[in-house]
Design a protein around this ligand. Structure first.
Ligand code: G3D
Ligand code: MG
Length: 324
């Protein structure tokens, strides 16, 4: 790990770094990290990779008597070397726990006024700034020293498809068994699904065109690919097919089994999976196993079956591997 950075949204100057522990990055890097605040519009965890390093980020709010809207908008960033492996997926939980801890400290918002000309002489401002610093140092100490060991029962799944196909909804459905309203995935969501003692770590990537170039690096070390298609958007079938085949052509994806989910079936009277097998040229796939199913995330149809299928398939592969 390189360092931990706290940034916030300053009403006058916009996104700005508050502190970095240790202070290893230059001002340009720190400002680049702070500007990630502009890339998000919902609170939560996301990953962002710069050419020189990788970052795990959590965007959150702290109640504040001094801020416009009574909230400070804050970004917690852990900066890693490029060779860091995101298999240490508990980062999201670790960061979330720490943020909960921060949110419970009254008046912590004052730390964010250390640069404010009118307030910086206020002893409380200095006190809370120092306190925040100590908390970050403790947090840094509490982080796992190495990349967390990859659990045998931990399976990485790469979920892709065009924007609004229903990827996030499917995962939310699987996770909570509730239909959750979603907002466009910024860059990456990682959702942990537990089926018995097997943990599926689902990488839910943004399907928006400007993020599709990022897919490739998330495919590395995935054990399953899940492609989601919105059955109701015939005008986008062609575009979806192109993106599917792009991923299948990546060296990184070679041999990784593929599950195709034809989603939003509630919007169509009849679904003919053979049509999609032909349209998507699935019979041309020779370098991996594939399977096609239909789902309606809205009506919770096929979701459980889809994930059960993946698990069964992976387990049967393991069994054949063991019996060889
Ligand atoms: P994405 O993660 O692939 O970009 P989302 O897609 O999961 O954000 O879903 C995009 C929209 O499709 C959402 O609509 C979501 O509610 C809706 N959706 C997802 N699955 C289904 C489904 O099975 N049936 C129907 N009818 N709609 C579905 P909103 O309006 O919430 O943005
Ligand atoms: Mg999404």
């Amino acid at each position: 790990m390189i360092c931990i950075v706290i940034s916030f949204f300053d009403n006058i100057n916009g996104p700005r770094p508050l502190l970095s522990i240790p202070n290893t990055l230059n001002d340009i890097d720190l400002n680049n990290i702070a500007s990630l605040i502009d890339k998000t519009f919902e609170t939560g965890f996301f990953i962002y990779e710069f050419p020189e390093y990788k970052t795990a980020n959590y965007f959150f709010e702290i109640e504040s008597e001094w801020a416009r809207g009574n909230k400070e908008m804050v970004l917690l960033t852990i900066v890693f070397d490029l060779n860091f492996d995101y298999n240490s997926l508990d980062l999201q939980t670790i960061m979330n726990d720490f943020i909960n801890e921060l949110s419970n400290i009254t008046n912590l918002f004052k730390a964010f006024y250390i640069f404010d000309f009118n307030r910086k002489k206020d002893n409380e401002v200095k006190f809370y700034y120092e306190k925040l610093k100590e908390l970050i140092i403790d947090f840094k100490g509490s982080l796992p020293k190495e990349t967390l060991a990859v659990n045998q029962n931990q399976i990485k799944i790469f979920v892709f498809g065009l924007d609004r196909a229903g990827k996030s909804t499917i995962l939310n459905r699987a996770k909570t068994n509730l239909f959750v309203k979603t907002s466009p995935t910024i860059n990456l969501n990682i959702m942990h699904l537990l089926f018995g003692n097997i943990q599926l770590d689902c990488f839910d990537v943004s399907g928006q065109k400007r993020y599709r170039y990022t897919w490739r690096r998330f495919i590395v070390s995935s054990q399953y690919l899940v492609f989601v298609l919105d059955v109701n958007r015939e005008d986008r079938y062609e575009e979806a097919k192109i993106e599917l085949w792009k991923v299948l052509s990546y060296e990184e994806s070679k041999g990784i089994p593929l599950l195709i989910l034809i989603n939003k079936t509630d919007l169509k009277k009849k679904i003919d999976l053979n049509y999609f097998i032909n349209f998507l040229n699935l019979y041309k796939i020779k370098d991996r196993k594939w399977h096609i199913m239909s789902t309606s995330a809205l009506y919770n149809q096929g979701i459980k079956e889809a994930f059960e299928y993946i698990i069964k398939d992976l387990l049967s592969n393991q069994l054949t591997m063991f019996s060889m």
